[in-house]
Design a protein around this ligand. Structure first.
Ligand SMILES: Nc1ncnc2c1ncn2[C@@H]1O[C@H](COP(=O)(O)OP(=O)(O)O)[C@@H](O)[C@H]1O
Ligand SMILES: [Mg+2]
Length: 505
């Protein structure tokens, strides 16, 4: 009897010790960093420790962000970029697939580059590189985006024609290019292939024809976005504050992917000269949001940059709604992964397999609301605490928009003329959104409510507003609570609720 009891205590004891030696959150000294050298993200869910991100102890400054549409990826990215710019003066280059950041960048006084709508990039530009290196990059992009790898002869012809056009323009293939010399374009390479075809001496003319056809896709009149003199100075791109490279004007995904790859390659070359220097902080952040086409391929520069870790003075931030679009090597090599809400089992399997977290964390992730996140960090030294923990919510950096509720429609004539009752109430966007998140209101509902309010110059009559909330599924209890928080008198709340036909509380 007493032996049994003793065993019982012992096994309890063991359980407790295991818990104590592996607490569910990293210690506070790891989570809290010097506010002048780290980016505040939010409080941890369990112990409410204010977590700030710094690359100092991490294997590298690269970041992956995943979560379903509406989970808060873009919001996180914007918050992160703004704070990095305060703290380290970090520049940002956003490779903006669908013009999602355009308005925000404009509002923040950043620079917008609109490819396909007036701006061009010559993918043969060298920015001081050796032509041979650029030729390799161009061919690697073609291999990712076209089927050229399956046709070695066409690949060879293309490579030689591109090299030849550099030579014809007076460049030495194996030497760094003089900065001021103008590069040839893909059109020059096409002409070289066409001449070969006309000469008629090459024994497989069909191979030549196909190589020409493939290159022409990127050089047709009206679609020669990458085969004309550049209007963008890539040298300056990484040092220009906030830059939005809007790719939405390009005709299709292949063009967008080619632009993104070219930009990544060029920035990487640029940063190679500068190398990593801890004390300089993060010079530039390059954002790839929803760039699924290029984050998945093993050969992509996105994957190479992350694999190379702390080699360059910049961080790559890759965001996607579909983790399976992001190469596993990115998850297993980035210094930090922010996992926002993910619902599909398949995606959870993939990411759990890539970074190895517990089923407890997995179930937390599947229950997340907007802005909640699990953070996984890879430290330089192996540490004895879990490297993944849950954040209560990403505390964002939204502009403070004030909304006004006009309650005159529920006041009596005498109350109005007496002039002693407050006629309007105000709240901030952030404040209401936080409430909604607390009430588990869907992102669609939040967006549709704010759309209506914004169309009315951020103001509304109280009864219209309450009807709007209720038609978006917000419960009577939550509406009453919200009105109380605005410090509207109970008497008036009762009047409001009965005017909209709701049972009052
Ligand atoms: N941490 C957060 N706090 C408050 N609001 C948020 C937060 N994250 C996202 N939101 C809001 O939720 C909506 C969807 O966020 P968004 O970043 O566009 O999602 P995603 O890019 O993942 O599709 C936006 O209206 C945004 O302002
Ligand atoms: Mg987004």
């Amino acid at each position: 009897m007493s032996i049994l009891k003793l065993q019982n205590i012992m096994s309890n004891e063991v359980g407790k010790r295991a818990f104590l030696s592996r607490p569910p959150e990293p210690p506070a000294n790891i989570l809290i960093n010097d506010p002048f050298q780290a980016i505040f993200i939010g409080n941890t869910k369990l112990f409410k420790v204010p977590f700030s991100w710094s690359f100092t102890n991490l294997t590298n400054p690269h970041i992956a962000v995943v979560g379903i549409t509406g989970a808060g990826k873009s919001y996180f990215v914007k918050t992160f970029l703004i704070r990095a710019s305060y703290i380290w003066n970090t520049n940002a280059v956003i490779i903006d697939w669908a013009a999602e950041y355009r308005a925000w960048v404009k509002q923040s006084d950043g620079i917008i580059v609109s490819l396909g709508k007036g701006d061009y990039l010559n993918i043969m530009d060298l920015s001081g590189m050796k032509p041979l290196d650029r030729v390799k990059q161009i061919l690697s992009s073609f291999e990712i985006l076209t089927d050229i790898a399956s046709y070695p002869e066409q690949r060879r012809l293309t490579e030689e024609a591109i090299e030849q056009s550099y030579t014809n323009a007076g460049f030495v293939l194996a030497e760094p290019a003089p900065e001021d010399k103008e590069a040839p374009t893909l059109k020059d390479a096409i002409s070289i292939l066409e001449e070969q075809l006309q000469e008629g001496t090459y024994e497989y003319p069909a191979e030549l024809e196909n190589a020409i056809y493939r290159l022409r896709q990127f050089a047709r009149e009206g679609e020669d976005f990458f085969a004309r003199k550049s209007t963008v100075n890539l040298e300056k791109l990484a040092n220009s504050g906030l830059v939005d490279l809007d790719l939405s004007g390009l005709p299709d995904e292949r063009f967008r992917a080619l632009a993104a790859l070219f930009i990544l390659q060029t920035l990487k070359e640029r940063m190679r000269f500068e190398g990593w220097n801890e004390s300089k902080g993060l010079k530039t952040l390059v954002v790839l949001d929803e760039a699924w086409k290029i984050a998945g391929d093993e050969k992509s520069d996105a994957v190479m940059i992350v694999r190379e870790g702390r080699k360059y003075q910049f961080g790559l931030l890759v965001a996607s709604q579909n983790p399976t679009d992001i190469n596993e090597a990115i998850f297993s090599n980035v210094g930090t992964t922010f996992i926002l809400r993910i619902r599909f089992e398949k995606f959870l399997d993939y990411i759990q397999g890539s970074i190895n977290f517990s089923d407890f964390i997995r179930s937390e992730i599947s229950k997340f609301g907007v802005g909640q996140a699990a953070v996984n960090m890879a430290f330089q030294t192996s540490l004895r605490f879990p490297e993944i923990f849950v954040l209560d919510r990403v505390r964002g950096e939204e502009p403070l928009y004030v909304y006004t509720l006009d309650i005159t429609d529920i006041l009596t004539q005498s109350e109005l003329s007496a002039g002693i009752i407050q006629k309007d109430y105000q709240f901030e966007e952030e404040e209401l959104k936080n409430k909604f998140i607390e009430y588990n209101v869907s992102t669609e509902a939040i967006n549709s409510i704010f759309k209506v309010l914004n169309d009315q110059n951020r103001s509304s009559k109280i009864l219209d507003f309450i009807r709007l909330l209720m038609s978006n599924g917000i419960t009577t209890e939550d509406v009453v609570q919200f009105l109380k928080n605005l410090s509207i008198e109970d008497l008036l709340i009762t009047r409001i609720m009965s005017s909209v036909g709701a049972v009052n509380g």
